[in-house]
Ligand binder design. Structure first.
Ligand SMILES: NC(=O)c1ccc[n+]([C@@H]2O[C@H](COP(=O)([O-])OP(=O)(O)OC[C@H]3O[C@@H](n4cnc5c(N)ncnc54)[C@H](O)[C@@H]3O)[C@@H](O)[C@H]2O)c1
Length: 318
């Protein structure tokens, strides 16, 4: 069975991705520094014979072994987290990525980078295709993440072009589901926590800005196909759900599912907040035969149920 290194395995997507590989019988080595991930997430797999974990900061060291695949999910991902860890975010996406690329080169592993739709910035093209170069403010507050990920993509392609390293890049659009930290700061955990604790739901702007949300099981399946399908070296692929919703619509659905009264607070939009966000997934459909399957209302119900359990159990975070 293949052996994989999953960097950032204690995070939201990493928890699901690790479980997916272990269920297939893969040997998984996880590495995480818990900057935004959770020890509880690592404990889920602690007893599994095919799972090993190293607490390490990948900007400093990486666990060496003869991996077949290296998957890099390590990076603060929510604006709240990366704005509070600005330099760490830039370093994990530069030095951290370089350390993993060097390891992939040394052991001949396929390398998958989790990039982001944020490389498109506040897009002037809608929906976003992979050949759109983006509209990013290089000195704005969000640039620590956006430019960090753009650098991560550039260095990944440099190892591919100049060293022939088999690399694949996933541009991940908003993903949601269980195990996304309740204190993560992104829309769905925020709304869930506020609704469950009787607070008003915070909406930035008038709520007409759009997002498209992909349920995590769909994302994991897309990432796995991009990692393992033949003939995809050097490919950059959008992964996300094109089902576009306004933020206000999401808030209304959350209060409806929880059966609580509509109570919204409107605050100014943060600087450089994208107004529209929707992936064009034509390429993912063509190369991977992949498209999201879980309807938004269904994924949202499963996710809100999980947040209810977390909050009822008195845990602010999991
Ligand atoms: N969730 C989304 O909607 C989304 C959207 C676009 C891109 N992504 C990307 O997918 C990846 C995973 O996102 P997530 O939502 O699971 O985020 P997350 O914050 O839950 O997980 C990231 C993990 O990386 C770890 N990490 C950070 N810096 C590290 C370092 N220096 N050394 C070792 N570990 C480190 C964190 O502790 C955490 O466990 C990220 O790279 C993110 O940029 C996610």
């Amino acid at each position: 069975m293949p052996k994989a290194l999953v960097a950032g395995n204690a995070g939201f997507i990493g928890t699901h991705f690790t479980g997916y590989l272990l269920r297939l019988g893969w040997e998984v080595v996880g590495v995480d520094n818990f900057s935004t991930g959770k020890r509880e997430n690592v404990r889920i797999y602690a007893g599994e014979k095919n799972f090993t974990f190293y607490e390490m900061d990948i900007t400093e060291e990486v666990p060496k072994d003869d991996y077949d695949y290296i998957i890099n999910l390590a990076s603060p991902a929510s604006p709240k987290k990366y704005l509070s860890l600005p330099v760490d975010t830039m370093l994990v996406n530069s030095i951290g990525v370089k350390n993993l690329l060097d390891l992939a080169k040394e052991v001949g592993a396929v390398f998958l980078l989790a990039s982001t739709s944020e490389v498109y910035g506040d897009p002037l093209v809608h929906p976003q295709t992979e050949d759109y170069w983006g509209n990013v403010n290089p000195v704005g507050p969000r640039s620590v993440y956006d430019e960090g990920k753009r650098f991560a993509e550039a260095i990944t392609m440099a190892y591919h072009r100049y060293d022939g390293l088999p690399v694949r890049i996933a541009r991940i659009f908003n993903t949601y589901g269980p195990y996304m930290d309740v204190a993560d700061g992104r829309i769905i955990p925020n709304f869930a926590y506020q609704a469950l604790t009787g607070r008003p739901l915070t909406i930035y702007g008038d709520g007409s800005q759009t997002r498209s949300f992909c349920y995590v099981s769909d994302m994991v399946e897309g990432l796995f196909r991009l990692l393992t399908y033949e003939g995809l070296d050097g490919e950059v692929v959008n992964l996300g759900n094109p089902d576009e919703r306004t933020v206000l619509e999401v808030a209304k659905l959350v209060v409806k599912i929880y059966g609580v009264p509509e109570n919204f607070t409107f605050l100014p939009l943060p600087q450089d907040d994208p107004k529209r966000r929707r992936p064009d997934i034509t390429k993912a459909k063509r190369l991977l035969g992949w498209e999201p399957k879980v309807p938004f209302e269904e994924g949202l119900r499963m996710t809100l149920e999980w947040y209810r359990e977390v909050v009822d159990a008195g845990k602010r975070t999991v």
